[in-house]
Design a protein around this ligand. Structure first.
Ligand SMILES: NC(=O)CC[C@H](N)C(=O)O
Length: 229
């Protein structure tokens, strides 16, 4: 399966995302923000970084890039789309996911190995987990606080759109400890932690659980099963 990884000016983690795609058994295809062509890919990853220097709000300018017209069309046709951190911010800015991401409550950039609970497993990117499973994925951002109106929060909680929640101390003040969301169809998922940094033993988070360093790989492997299904 071909997985497109889109690079925007200021993207940081595109190479790591491509490597994660390869380790999950897919073929990564490098895509450029200025193009209108998805090169026949079967799924898309919007990676993390500092697109346009985080000006306006993180992801706000990138969400207006030429390729985003194609991303929105593909997402609406059901293509699996994963937004990681800055990519999640772009998906929210493009209204493919509800709510928004704003500056962390402390005002500080946060970097930690983050415990998460998988809340939703019927999505293109979480189908290899068990509901309620605890995983550990590295978190690193300055604008990770999920916000939405009370009505939006009621709707997304009611529709079960929360894909991941922070466990332990909330790192940024996100409403309802929300770390990641999916759309109603389950093909679009965005999360603030970085699964592409937990795909190889010895390089990802270290916990007492033997395979914790591979938790992120499951997210990239899930997409293959979603497209094959
Ligand atoms: N790691 C990232 O993708 C960071 C996203 C964004 N630049 C922020 O600081 O919130």
């Amino acid at each position: 399966m071909k997985v497109g990884v889109i690079t925007f000016p200021g993207t940081l983690d595109d190479r790591d995302a491509q490597r994660a795609v390869r380790l999950a058994g897919h073929e990564p295809v490098a895509l450029w923000h200025g193009e209108h062509d998805l090169h026949g890919v079967d799924a898309l990853v919007l990676p993390g970084g500092f697109s346009y220097g985080d000006y306006l709000r993180c992801g706000a300018i990138a969400a207006l890039s030429p390729i985003m017209t194609e991303v929105v069309d593909a997402a609406n046709r059901g293509m699996p789309v994963l937004g990681i951190c800055n990519g999640f911010q772009m998906l929210a800015e493009a209204h493919l996911l509800p709510g928004g991401l704003v500056r962390n409550e402390t005002g500080l950039f946060v970097r930690r190995d983050q415990r998460l609970r998988v809340e939703r497993t019927d999505t293109a990117w979480t189908n290899r987990f068990d509901e309620g499973q605890e995983i550990v994925i590295p978190l690193k951002n300055g604008e990770g606080r999920f916000v939405a109106t009370p009505e939006e929060v009621e709707r997304l909680e009611g529709e079960g759109l929360v894909a991941f929640r922070y466990l332990g101390e909330n790192p940024n003040g996100s409403i309802d400890d929300i770390a990641g969301l999916s759309n109603a169809a389950g093909n679009v998922v965005g999360l603030m932690p970085h699964p592409e940094h937990a795909v190889e033993l010895g390089f990802g988070p270290t916990t007492t659980r033997m395979k914790a360093g591979l938790d992120g790989l499951e997210i990239f492997k899930s997409a293959l099963e979603a497209v094959a299904a």
